[in-house]
Write a protein that binds this ligand. Structure first.
Ligand SMILES: Cc1cc2nc3c(=O)[nH]c(=O)nc-3n(C[C@H](O)[C@H](O)[C@H](O)COP(=O)(O)OP(=O)(O)OC[C@H]3O[C@@H](n4cnc5c(N)ncnc54)[C@H](O)[C@@H]3O)c2cc1C
Length: 494
């Protein structure tokens, strides 16, 4: 009998398992695939290493969520580069250097956006102020939205002058705040913000609750990192810690179903093997919750399948590729965001996408003289499952993305070495996420945070974490929810 079983070795699951191991509990992690890290994992092909989804590391700065976790576990962080320019944002008629340093960023905003620089600074002053307040709250790992009397009671202990200052931002969208600053009609600034919010919160200014959007925007400036060998190196460190402290990680062990036994939960995995655990943390996304539980357990959850399915979640179209390093010899910037010249408001299906390059000297990622890269864009899921022209659509999207990169970096197309496109269909196969939905739910209004799912499933002793659970997507957000889930599971183990 294990104290805790964690289903899925994404960042959320690994953070939860490492935390419980640190607290002295006997933990088992089940991972369906043969790779750690899930959407922030890796695979290797043709001499290259490719990052399965996530490429930009967050929370590794001193005092950041991952930095704190590594410090507490006594782990050294993998080598990484802190980015001075988080990314270059290529808009129709200008390239914006998105600086990490606040003052450099303020200067850049004056250079690239028409209008008095002080207006953008005032907006960003607010972003930093609110972001800091949100961090102060989430660092305390409250269950949010609260579901039990205990959750409410704990939240009440966090209410103070500072947290009350957040209230106005919980009842407005980012667009509402733009209006207050007279910036809602500023097409370029709005387009820029939409690009950044889409990449971090999966939505645009008019649908994004202000406190979530501001927290995400300030996070870029606390530190964005390119991890040597990719984010999967951090996942490997967490996994090594779990194993070295008597934890078990079972690779290629999908959990097919979970039932409640007399002494605890019974998890059914491959070849009819069963495992028992007192507490369970699911990291395989809320999309998969009901498929993982027996009918009896499933019916105890407050999460209603029909409501869950109706919530908007994106899929991803991604190209993993290898290219001659020469193509990018004129830029030191590793991340490039492109906003389509013809459809600057269309943020998916290639209207907005990210090119992530491996560092030129990162030999874990690519052979000498080559760079490994990913091109990724949000995409609607349904057409990929219903189209009679799947292969043609996949090819069309591939050509569209490659053509855009070629426009900015001449020679790209000719110097391509490997090109591996993937769609939501691929993501479902890789990560078992239902319908290939990745990156969590897309907020759709100022109060949408109220219908977020917390780490509680509604089933005693069974928790969930990951990007479909508050605070949502990104390796930083899912690490937080993993820690929140572990904290609650540990209470049940005392
Ligand atoms: C294209 C793309 C780009 C992104 N870019 C960034 C970025 O630059 N920076 C960033 O911070 N975030 C980024 N993200 C978001 C980030 O990758 C995710 O939010 C985060 O990694 C999700 O972590 P998770 O804990 O929810 O688990 P997941 O990554 O979803 O992992 C879940 C794991 O569970 C396993 N699993 C599923 N079902 C079972 C089962 N039944 N039994 C056992 N195991 C199972 C899967 O194989 C998987 O390994 C990106 C995401 C995508 C898709």
């Amino acid at each position: 009998m294990y104290d805790a079983a964690v289903v899925g070795a994404g960042f959320g699951g690994l953070a939860a398992a490492a935390d419980l191991t640190y607290r002295g509990y006997k933990v088992v992690v089940f991972e369906a695939s043969n790779e750690l890290g899930g959407s922030a994992g890796k695979f290797e092909r043709s001499g290259y290493r490719f990052q399965s989804g996530a490429t930009v590391g967050m929370g590794f700065e001193p005092g950041g969520v991952l930095d704190n976790l590594f410090e507490r576990l006594g782990l050294e962080k993998p080598p990484m580069k802190k980015l001075d320019i988080i990314m270059d944002v290529h808009l129709p008629d200008r390239t914006i250097h998105y600086y990490r340093d606040r003052h450099e960023w303020y200067k850049e905003m004056s250079r690239v956006f028409e209008g008095p620089g002080s207006t953008f600074e005032n907006f960003y002053d607010e972003v930093f102020k609110v972001g800091q307040l949100v961090d102060q709250l989430t660092d305390k790992l409250p269950v949010f939205p609260p579901r039990t009397m205990g959750d409410y009671a704990y939240l009440l202990t966090l209410v103070n002058e500072n947290s009350l200052r957040l209230l106005p931002y919980m009842t407005q969208t980012v667009e509402d705040r733009l209006k207050k600053h007279g910036l809602d009609q500023h097409r370029m600034f709005r387009t820029f913000l939409n690009g950044e919010l889409m990449d971090s919160v999966q939505t645009s200014v008019e649908k994004c609750p202000a406190f979530l959007g501001f927290a995400a925007l300030q996070t870029f400036h606390k530190g964005a990192f390119a991890v040597h060998g990719g984010l999967a190196e951090s996942a490997a460190k967490l996994a090594a810690y779990i194993r070295e402290h008597d934890g078990t990680i079972l690779m290629r062990h999908p959990v097919h179903s979970i039932e409640k036994g007399e002494a605890g939960f019974i998890l059914h995995s491959k070849r009819r093997s069963t495992f028992q655990a007192r507490q369970v943390i699911l990291n395989n996304s809320v999309h998969n919750l009901h498929d993982t539980l027996t009918e009896d357990l499933s019916s105890q959850s407050y999460i209603r399948p029909r409501k869950e399915t109706a919530k908007k979640a994106w899929g991803a179209y991604i190209i993993h590729g290898g290219v001659d390093a020469d193509v990018f010899q004129n830029t030191d910037v590793l991340y490039h965001q492109f906003i389509d010249p013809h459809h600057p408001d269309d943020l998916h299906n290639g209207g907005q996408f990210l090119l992530s390059l491996s560092e030129p000297e990162d030999r874990l990622m690519a052979p000498e003289g080559k760079r490994s890269f990913t091109l990724s864009t949000h995409t609607d899921i349904t057409p990929w499952w219903e189209s009679d022209h799947y292969e043609a659509e996949k090819r069309w999207m591939k050509e569209k993305l490659i053509r855009t990169v070629e426009h900015y970096f001449g020679g790209f197309t000719d110097q391509l070495d490997v090109v591996l496109p993937g769609t939501p269909v691929t993501f479902e196969k890789w990560l078992r996420r239902k319908d290939g939905k990745v990156g969590g739910y897309a907020p759709d209004g100022k109060y949408s945070w109220l219908s977020s799912y917390s780490i509680r499933t509604g089933i005693p002793d069974l928790y969930q974490c990951g990007d479909t659970v508050f605070p949502g997507a990104g390796t930083l957000g899912v690490t937080l929810s993993g820690l929140m889930a572990a904290k609650q599971a540990a209470k049940g183990l005392k």
